[in-house]
Design a protein around this ligand. Structure first.
Ligand code: CDP
Ligand code: CDP
Length: 214
């Protein structure tokens, strides 16, 4: 199993960097945040209160879930035969995803999908706990960061309504798999780097580890 783990707070550049890096390596790109968003979307669709952990757990245990790779090499997840896409970036999902993803049953479900995908292909996987909890054994761990001001500006430039400070606070303070720098992770401050600059920095480190030819 080969996993490149990329973690970090909201708008640190994880998805953009992971996609580019995966294409360069010929690996698949696995977006774990998209899976937490898809579960949250289904919880909201069923009109379940995200703050009722017991109800969320009961719904999750009833969900029929499968995941795989698109032709482009990105992960997808299907829940109860539905594959949400643009709905995943809505304000409603942003406001509830940290609460839903703190429920242990939700993390168990997503982690099982992530590990199953990693069994099939080499992956670049991004999220909050990829290097610390899901694939702690991988030697290829990165933690992207950027100042709160820069991350705010990036979201605003995307035209998205997002409560990144609140999500970061909830994601960092939860008991179960909080956002943190995994042991052995390379920390990269992306505040003043372009996306290509971040990909180059990571590629340089991967060359030294032999995953990428020098
Ligand atoms: O793209 P952005 O960093 O804003 O968020 P995301 O990666 O789509 O993740 C959305 C939410 O899912 C996060 O705020 C976390 O609450 C949760 N998440 C998680 O708990 N663990 C992960 N490995 C990935 C995401
Ligand atoms: O996945 P995550 O929420 O960590 O970040 P993202 O969705 O990949 O990046 C958020 C936005 O910031 C995107 O529009 C990126 O193009 C932009 N970005 C950037 O301009 N420069 C960087 N070094 C990183 C991200």
């Amino acid at each position: 199993m080969i996993v490149i783990a990329i973690d970090g707070p909201a708008a640190s550049g994880k998805s953009s960097v992971a996609t580019r890096l995966a294409r360069r390596l010929g690996f698949a790109h696995v977006n774990s945040g998209g899976m937490y968003r898809a579960v949250t979307w289904e919880i909201l669709r069923q009109q379940i209160d995200p703050s009722q952990a017991g109800s969320v757990e009961a719904a999750v245990l009833r969900m029929s879930v499968d995941s795989g790779f698109t032709e482009a090499g990105d992960s997808f997840i299907r829940i109860n035969a539905e594959m949400p896409d643009l709905e995943l970036q809505t304000l409603e999902v942003n406001q509830s995803v940290s609460t839903v993803s703190a429920v242990p049953a939700v993390r168990i479900l997503v982690n099982a999908q992530l590990r199953a995908l990693a069994e099939k292909r080499p992956i670049v996987s991004e999220g909050r706990d990829i290097g610390s909890v899901v694939f702690p054994e991988t030697p290829h761990k990165f933690y992207l960061d950027a100042s709160p001001e820069v991350r705010h500006q990036r979201r605003a430039a995307q035209g998205l309504h997002d409560s990144i400070e609140k999500r970061d606070r909830l994601d960092s303070s939860r008991a179960n798999a909080p956002l943190k720098i995994a042991s052995g992770a390379h920390v990269i401050d992306t505040s003043h780097l372009t996306l290509e600059g971040v990909v180059e920095t990571i590629s340089g480190i991967l060359c030294k580890s032999g995953i990428l030819p020098a």
